[in-house]
Design a protein around this ligand. Structure first.
Ligand SMILES: C[S@@+](CC[C@H](N)C(=O)[O-])C[C@H]1O[C@@H](n2cnc3c(N)ncnc32)[C@H](O)[C@@H]1O
Length: 250
């Protein structure tokens, strides 16, 4: 049975919350995917969706069914009973690769992650793993402290921050400095190119299976070839990105 909170979340978000969230998402969609009527080719995943108070807005803006995951079966069942425009799954946000086995998304939303902060690294790493190369992560917070913490984590795990800070479309309820009701602070991020290169290098190393040993016949002054043995079969563009990121200490 739906409880009062769910009814409120799905149908009557208060104080213009849905309108604000819609304006926010429209701005993001236009900026990253261009101006389209229904964003027919944009695939979206809502991580830790809860009752998915954002469902009415996302399903109205996006033509394809929105995917959503939460570890609370009661919330997922309530969501399923409310709308068929969302492909809702009960699962752990720390396990997205396994849940979506090969599927990738253009837009990943993590709105107010209520996951233990020790697990944010894993959750955001998993978001990165199921994010398309052109994709963006949109994550929102109640407080500037949370946003700061997430920004640090995202930088460490290979995201490039495109936008961060206070959200002009946030819903400010409480009048407390540094704290907002809904979507008060936001980060928009995409995969960073150097981290992509490092990821490719790690894959190459695994594939090379040579334990990082440079064979004697390789001239050590031939740095490019030597590096290939060390880190695997990485294409030259990625090699230069890795070199630059090592050099800059990134
Ligand atoms: C504050 S709610 C956010 C719901 C919705 N995104 C919003 O902004 O209203 C946080 C949700 O995180 C879910 N959650 C907590 N740990 C999780 C995990 N490890 N995997 C998936 N969902 C999780 C909870 O069940 C809860 O529904």
């Amino acid at each position: 049975m739906l409880d009062a909170r769910l009814e409120r979340n799905l149908e009557h978000c208060e104080d213009g919350e849905n309108e604000n969230f819609r304006n926010f998402m429209l701005e993001i969609l236009r900026e990253y995917f261009g101006e389209h009527e229904n964003y027919a080719d944009v695939t979206a995943l809502d991580v830790a969706c809860g009752y998915m108070r954002e469902a009415p807005v996302l399903t109205a803006l996006l033509a394809q069914p929105v995917h959503a995951v939460d570890s609370d079966l009661r919330r997922i069942n309530a969501l399923r009973s409310k709308t068929s425009a969302v492909a809702a799954v009960c699962g752990d946000a720390r396990n997205l690769e396994q849940i979506y086995s090969g599927k990738k998304f253009d837009l990943i939303i993590v709105r107010h992650p209520d996951i233990h902060s020790d697990d944010w690294d894993t959750m955001y790493q998993q978001c990165r793993a199921v994010l398309n190369e052109r994709g963006i992560l949109v994550t929102t917070f109640h407080s500037s402290d949370e946003e700061f913490k997430a920004r640090e984590i995202l930088g460490d795990i290979g995201f490039e921050i495109c936008r961060s800070g206070q959200n002009k479309h946030g819903n400010w309820y409480y009048g407390i400095v540094g704290f907002a009701g809904i979507d008060g602070f936001v980060i928009v991020a995409k995969k960073s190119a150097s981290a992509h290169a490092i990821g490719a290098a790690e894959n190459g190393k695994a594939a090379a299976g040579n334990g990082g040993i440079i064979p004697e016949e390789v001239d050590p002054s031939d740095v490019s070839t030597a590096m290939r043995y060390l880190i695997g079969n990485v294409d030259p563009v990625n090699l230069s990105l890795i070199y630059n990121s090592i050099k800059s200490g990134a």
